[in-house]
Design a protein around this ligand. Structure first.
Ligand code: DGL
Length: 272
């Protein structure tokens, strides 16, 4: 039986611009859907706050998104997922998909090498991530690299700046990269600085993120629930940002289109 929510939008949320990278992956996979994206840039970064603060901010944003009659929610933020996903799932009766650092593919592929996980301090200290590490045979080869201050630099520039390059240089200075098989990008903002990371670490280290995994998960769920949008329309996207700085909306669209280009998607978007 068809679900009455079919043509309702999918809500996508992040502390700021990072989730735009997830939105791009969603659009490339399900262009027939409608999306509402909420970036909480006024309150970014989340990743250096207390867990309770992250929870409170997350609940406020999700309360807001629910008013748009969303049929599913993607928490496109590793930090908010680690702090609040269980409570969100208890509160709302729609499918809620979160993000977590994509450790599994990294560990499976690089059995005898180190894996560096770049993420916010909250993501790396929360129980969710530490439970995840324990599922693998060699937890000592998984190196946590908290990156406080990096989200702010990405919010300020969209990901292209000398400050970001210098920040990364300092962060990676202590490591012997010859032992590293992969770097897991455990924060959705970091997708926008892939080029700078690549420039620094060279071509032999794989950069792995969880965007495709999250998208495939949602796709399967909507299929199972018969709630995919069957109407053939242009991709409809509403972007909302809590920042008073109106440039955040333009920057969001710019980053979305750039990311879609990188994914090889060339459809047209109707911004509403
Ligand atoms: N994009 C968020 C994440 O994936 C960044 C969190 C922050 O605002 O610090 O964790």
């Amino acid at each position: 039986m068809e679900n009455t929510l079919n043509e309702s939008p999918i809500g996508v949320f992040d502390s700021g611009l990072g989730g735009i990278s997830v939105l791009a992956q969603l659009v490339a996979c399900m262009p027939e859907e409608k999306y509402i994206y909420y970036g909480d840039s006024a309150n970014a970064p989340y990743g250096v706050r207390s867990t309770d603060e992250v929870k409170d901010l997350t609940f406020k944003v999700v309360d807001n998104l629910i008013k748009y009659n969303i049929k599913a929610l993607v928490v496109a933020c590793n930090t908010a997922t680690s702090a609040a996903i269980n409570e969100l799932r208890n509160l709302y009766d729609i499918p809620i998909i979160g993000m977590e650092p994509a450790l599994k593919p990294a560990v499976e592929k690089y059995q005898s090498k180190d894996i560096i996980v770049m993420a916010t301090p909250v993501t790396l200290r929360e129980k969710k991530f530490n439970n995840l590490i324990q599922q693998f045979n060699r937890p000592e080869n998984i190196i946590k690299l908290p990156c406080p201050g990096l989200v702010e630099l990405i919010e300020a520039s969209g990901g292209q700046s000398e400050e970001i390059k210098n920040y990364l240089k300092n962060q990676f200075a202590p490591f012997n990269l010859a032992n590293v098989g992969a770097i897991v990008l455990g924060c959705t903002h970091y997708i926008f600085i892939k080029d700078s990371i690549r420039e620094l670490v060279g071509d032999s280290i794989e950069l792995i993120d969880g965007n495709r995994g999250t998208t495939n998960h949602l796709y399967k769920l909507l299929e199972e629930q018969h709630s995919k949008n069957k109407a053939k329309v242009n991709t409809e996207i509403k972007i909302v940002n809590s920042s008073k700085d109106l440039r955040m909306l333009d920057l969001s669209k710019e980053l979305l289109e750039k990311q879609l280009n990188l994914l090889g998607w060339s459809g047209s978007i109707k911004y509403v």
